[in-house]
Design a protein around this ligand. Structure first.
Ligand code: ADE
Length: 256
């Protein structure tokens, strides 16, 4: 039997795991052994009688910084077991988490996630251990734990057997065309005077598909001009529709 996808979390608050990952389909997958979660208390690697894990920043300033020797010992212990896994530090300074990174991590043997607290982690251990620094968004959380949960949730739902067909369908709809999802409706067909869009009641599959596509495009254009521009850059057809494509060669003044 192959070993399940394994997440080791290095944290000062192991008790917050699995948190929401213990519920619903991810939780069932955990209980069924489709993936493994091991939250380790970094204080076990702390220094001295008080098991200190942090200290004041050189150069002054507020807050505390996690010590490199403590973090390194925790990493060593986590990496010593099983197949080689990527070491990821959750930090607002990291590269933004994307669905393509999620797919890459989910396809591997698992991850070791370092959750920073206080002002952060001593940079020397981040570099010496070649950690991949990842952010879950342009805002500051009080620690990496909630960010680690977001990353894990996104990975675990892609693991074989965790979500079944529903998960793979939803994954396709976001990643295939870099589009946000179209809106969803269910019964009743009229609620508080608001009717469901008629086309969805029509039974015309092609028209429904066309409407959903148009809605997905509209909402992406309105809410995420960055995603929309990236899509247009990747597809000459969209760029032409948007009027952002370069003119055909024959139409350029210098082409003759
Ligand atoms: N830790 C604190 N804020 C974070 C963020 N935005 N992403 C990842 N880790 C964090």
């Amino acid at each position: 039997m192959t070993t399940p996808w394994r997440a080791t979390i290095l944290t000062l608050f192991p008790e917050v795991f699995p948190g929401p990952l213990g519920a619903s389909l991810a939780g069932r997958g955990l209980r069924d052994g489709l993936w493994q979660l091991d939250a380790r208390d970094m204080r076990a690697f702390g220094i001295g009688r008080h098991r200190s894990v942090d200290d004041t920043p050189f150069g002054g300033g507020a807050g505390m910084v996690l010590r490199p020797d403590v973090v390194d010992a925790a990493c060593e212990a986590a990496l010593a077991e099983g197949p080689e896994r990527p070491l990821v530090a959750l930090t607002p300074r990291g590269e933004p988490l994307t669905q393509s990174t999620v797919r890459e991590l989910a396809a591997g043997p698992g991850v070791v996630l370092l959750c920073g607290r206080y002002e952060g982690v001593d940079q020397r251990v981040v570099e010496a251990r070649r950690m991949r620094e990842i952010s879950v968004g342009d805002y500051v959380l009080s620690g990496g734990e909630t960010a680690a949960m977001a990353l894990l949730d996104a990975c675990v739902r892609l693991l074989p057997g965790v979500m079944g067909a529903a998960g793979s369908a939803a994954e396709e709809s976001f990643t295939a065309g870099d589009l946000l999802e179209y809106p969803h409706y269910t019964r009743p067909a009229e609620w508080n005077g608001h009717r469901v869009p008629e086309v969805l009641l029509s039974g015309h599959h092609a028209e429904v598909a066309h409407w959903r596509r148009a809605e997905a495009e509209r909402v992406t254009r309105e809410r995420r001009p960055d995603l929309w521009a990236r899509r247009a850059a990747a597809s000459p057809t969209i760029a032409a529709e948007e009027g952002t494509a370069p003119p055909p060669l024959a139409a350029r003044p210098d082409a003759a």
